[in-house]
Design a protein around this ligand. Sequence first.
Ligand SMILES: [Zn+2]
Length: 244
Amino acid sequence: MSSRTPPPPAPSEEALAQQPASERIRWRLLQAQCRHHANDNISAFVREGELDELKQEVQAKAQELLRALVIDTEGDHNTHGTAERLARMYIDEVFGGRYRPMPTVTEFPNAERLNELMIVGPITVRSACSHHLCPILGRVWVGLLPNEHSNLIGLSKYARICDWIMSRPQIQEEAVMMLANELQSRVRPDGLAIVMEADHFCMHWRGVKDDRSAMVNSVMRGAFLKDANLRREFLSLLSRKTRE
Ligand SMILES: [Zn+2]
């Protein structure tokens, strides 16, 4: 949310209806003064049927991109359907976490009053960098120290929430923060730790072309910040899991 710029004046309903879906969605976001960076979820502003319209728009623009790259998509059967495939891949798959609402996650009370360290992972990460839209592939581990008031969620739900957040153009440092915020607000544990290790294909495919570069970063909150023993326990269990 930004309060710096006032929302633009409202166009008439007729004028808006003439606009492509991306412009209508953008207008709703601006009206609500809602941030819509590459890694933000905008599903609340997308109306029924508009994702199909978006795909058609993206396809038309991708076709222009191929044309600007001087690729003969008419004569070249390999690239004939590329614009359409790109549009579907971006909207439905690799950036689907921007357009799909949060997966339904049932939370249940911590009836057993579990208060021991829990580790979930490795969870496979499939993302893309915001800078080049190149793949980021990696793994995430989550450490939780629940208390009697925590809400527990099923193990598979960690992977679904993670996938929802990662399926957007991301920056690794922001991705782990987003995941931490989401889990913190749902589970409300005494401590939360997240470690992400990922391979950035923009480092392999282009740029420095370094084949050994993996990026690791972590978020530690609550008890994991205060208690060095807990942090050590988490990291040592994690390195044992990594070797397995
Ligand atoms: Zn990049």
